[in-house]
Design a protein around this ligand. Sequence first.
Ligand code: GLA
Length: 763
Amino acid sequence: MRKTYWGTAVLLAALFFSCNRRSGPAPQIPLQDGWKFKPTDNLEFARPDFDDRGWTNIGVDKTWNKQGFPKYEGFGWYRIKVIIPSSLKKKAYLQDSVIFHLGRIDDFDQVFLNGELIGENLKNMPPGSKPNDAYKNLKYSFWDVPRRYSLPADDPRIRWDRENVIAVRVFDWGVAGGIYSGDLRIAMPEEREYFSLRFDRHIFQEKNGQWQKTLKIKNKAEKYSIEGRIRILVKNNISGKAIYQGDESFQLQPGTAHSFRYSLPKQQQSASAQYTVLFENSGDTLTFTEGVPYILTPPEKERPQINGALVYGQRPGKPFLYRIAATGRRPMSFLAVNLPEGLMLDTETGIITGKVNKRGVYKIRLIAENELGKDEKTLTVKIGDTIALTPPMGWNSWNCWGLSVTQERVYAAAKSFVESGLADHGWTYINIDDGWEIYGKSQEAKRTPDGEIRTNEKFPEMKKLGKDIHALGLKFGIYSSPGPLTCGGYTASYGYEERDAHTFADWGIDYLKYDLCTYRDLMTDQNDPKELMPPYKKMQKALAKQNRDIVYSLCEYGNGKVWEWGAKVGGNLWRTTGDIWDDWDRMFFIGFNQEEAAPYAGPGHWNDPDMLIVGWVGWGEHLHPTNLTPDEQYTHVSLWALLAAPLLLGNDLTRLDDFTLNLLTNDEVLAVDQDPLGRQGIPVIKEKNIHVYKKELSDGSAAVGIFNTGRATQEYTLYPEKIGIRRGVKVRDLWRQKDLGRLDREFKTVIPPHGVTLIKVSE
Ligand code: GLA
């Protein structure tokens, strides 16, 4: 076999060395260019002398599907030739190992150096799995994990100052495959790679009226000690002034950890913290930043205050359940004047139950009273054909528990709704997402002999769960798919629609999320409403036959412009997009792209830009605090309220911190979402980094959100005539619940990075 020296020469030329470790970048060999690719599998390809001249040149910045192999899935091999010069080692501060950074690989990989296996990505695989089983086991994928394989510098597999062949065997299980992003390179380890600073799992905790923060540092190296300093700088994002400055020095022996704490006064304006780590020995530095929570919602009053949507729809003769949402010191007693025939109020809990047979609009006077006073409000009950008169507000298990949801976790969420006080602000639905059914690949019977869908062992008593949730005055939701399996691979409703609707009703279900998932395999065009509508209509018909109202949530990711036909198949809400996750770009992309669907929102039928990603989330067993900064969370909740979006929390409600609770209990902000007019807000100004949204409200006023989508604090002047507002209107800051006077010529505001100013303008 002849070797090709050309690629090697190019790589050698691209080598970059720094001679001063304390100021320049660390030496490294880039592996960004020069790869060859073959879309088949043969272990011979690992051999260094294999002749790959006939292979395709390929980039490692995008999947192979985007480089001439659009439909290919399965095994594919990548090869590259590279000289590893001994100067790489000599110029490094840490010299005893060599790291192969191979970027992100979709889905699995094994890496060979000069014909020998040096690493494979089997982390998290069940014990005993072999690479090949692993590749075929569809439960685990590391598609988004950057690959980093380390070898001792004296490992005989490394050929110093000679040509080396790296061969990567990739297995893609579908959709897209290959090495597709990341900074591919060979480098000696840097000191910072052995150092970790964890601040994200240690949220700012309230302690004696202060925010207390813990920073945990760790030396992950087995041999080296690490010493240096951490500079802490906390700044107010509006004034730019320093709120806190600290300097901590550290010396960490191998494998040891250390924690620091600092405290700040509780903030009421946007702030951010910067942690700069200076490594004493290598001269390396590392910087981290994070948002500091700040509280805007004023403390709850001790006197009674009735909150939540004051319009409620139910169909005639269907079980009625409405919990009067009221804040204030307990005990509190409730009264409802003019209750229509068939309804009863529990005066201690404020829960109204019963059935109303006669269609009509009923005005009920609600009264909540405690030792400090009382509050009165009118609730309009509409007994007719429309339910979900305002966007549903509640919780769904997906964004926290994913497929690890259990009955206890669901009930714990329901209890937290009441105990944390969230239910007193109108939060109502407790919805189980995917993962309650029998797994499709399990040997167990999926249904009883007469066709009733069975729950898995994590949900031993579904009917009892429903009863317990109802007893708290809350509503109970569930999930299924029109396909044979759910997205998570669990049993779904295909062929059993009527049967399942009946079972759901029997369990006391009030809300069904119906997720397209595997029904897609039965379609020829996933975007054709003619194909999308029938399965949704079928379930709606089945639901309509039940003895209770079931809010119907369509989940098909916005395919075929669902907003144009969702109401025709009886949908009360429909997802307009793919899934959300706790990342600014994702939330931004979804939230700020809802305009086209806006005209289709209204009482009984809502656009659903997916669930909220605040608090502790994680899609499985291991939760983390949301990656959104406090400002991004204010933006998230404000925008969803302006969009009249369903508000479904996705966090672990048993782990609610002060900031998150404060964020979710602002009655004036929630009232924007729950406004009975049901108009979806739309963008009225779009400028660089500034988006202004306006939502018309039922009392003739409007809510206006001014969003700063940029990374720097921004001053903005809003001119009322530009957004169709009369001069002289009253302005109220909704988050602070504070009047700001009259809006004459202009309204000036300073908005923190990714933050919002949310106001209400009224006559
Ligand atoms: C899809 C949906 C999610 C969630 C999962 C469950 O991805 O869009 O909201 O329901 O399925 O598997």
